[in-house]
Design a protein around this ligand. Sequence first.
Ligand SMILES: C[S@@+](CC[C@H](N)C(=O)[O-])C[C@H]1O[C@@H](n2cnc3c(N)ncnc32)[C@H](O)[C@@H]1O
Length: 427
Amino acid sequence: MEVVDSVRRQGRSLSQALPRAERQLAAGPPRALLRERAYGLLRYAPRLDAWLDALVTQPLRARDAPVARLIQLGLYELFFLRTPDYAAVNEAVALAGRLGRPWAARLVNGVLRNAQRREAELTALTARVDSARLAHPDWLIERIRGDWGDAAEAVFAANNARAPMTLRINRAKTDIETYAAMLRTEGIGAKAGRHAPDSLVLAQPVDVEALPGFRAGWVSVQDEAAQLAAGLVAASPAHRVLDACAAPGGKTAHLIERAGGTLDITAVEIEPDRLARVDDTLRRLDLSAHLLAADAGMPRDWWDGRAYDRILLDAPCSATGVIRRHPDIKLLRRASDIAGLAERQQALLEALWPLLAQGGRLVYATCSIVPDENQRVIEHFMRNHADATEWPIVADWGRAMTHGRQILPGEDGMDGFYYACLLKAPT
Ligand SMILES: C[S@@+](CC[C@H](N)C(=O)[O-])C[C@H]1O[C@@H](n2cnc3c(N)ncnc32)[C@H](O)[C@@H]1O
């Protein structure tokens, strides 16, 4: 369970830690099992922590974290996956033998056997303690309840659910009906998404390599909520476009696909190795863009002085709208991160506004459900920029906020996302 430990103890993200561990395993069932366990242990970490505390007489020392993880793996197998008792306990005990802590095998065995006897007590504990019941840290529970009131319970449930696999059809190469028929031929069930016109939601996740034409760029994997960006930016070949925070390039590619396959678009990304992922994305799809490894907040270092007709600012954020896809966020994010993120978002917006042409449109997006990162950023910005007007998003997805529109996780099967559109008044 090194994946879970590297998230919990070294603060690494699951998307960094998991691929590394997956490469050491054969493709197919062994990797699927690793994913299931890593996601499960992170998704339910607050509940598994509460259970572990109740089951051990003395807290385990920090250096014995691998033993704690092993017990939690056994608990997850027993009570979530309902693996037969003997198999779950025996496996955990066998793994304990390999940890180089001879005492661990007995402890793991004892705690798991005890857990089976005390299942009713663990169930009562779950019902009594919010962080265990909702499997979220206390600060986030408080925040989500404070911000979303009656909708909060649905948000918690959606954050703990498995996300669907949604495809984006490359309309420069195929169309929804043709591609859905190709999927059917391969025995893959799919239905068109409700809101994003290029989306197909799969009945079951599949390996991307099993998708017809994936290597040839007919299709990409992207949640329906993220696909809404392209419709809002509405870039055409007549426009000069900036995608300010571009990696891994899903939205850059979609903007080009929607424009018919060619677009004058510059994709800026601050992390060079992440910019390489934009390049990979575009190569697979046979698309091109001007790629820049640069700080979008420091345009004087890279801007050529020619205004953009469209700017997409898909800002770095708390990612609280995509917890179902990245359960590590529950453990990595802190309440104190939010103010700093809001400052960065504000600074990016300020820095990019002068680059927008008069009459041009800027789309501000986050995968956050925290109002401080969303409508409050826009509200603050508009208060200080008389040349900014809001273009109200009229849509049947999400909900209208004081500024912009918010989708909560799970609504119509989508990730949580926020969008606002700003227009620059001609002078
Ligand atoms: C939400 S992700 C963008 C997702 C992307 N638009 C897509 O659809 O694939 C935010 C990205 O912004 C990058 N970033 C953060 N601060 C930045 C800055 N000051 N300038 C440019 N990129 C930045 C992060 O490294 C990250 O890759």
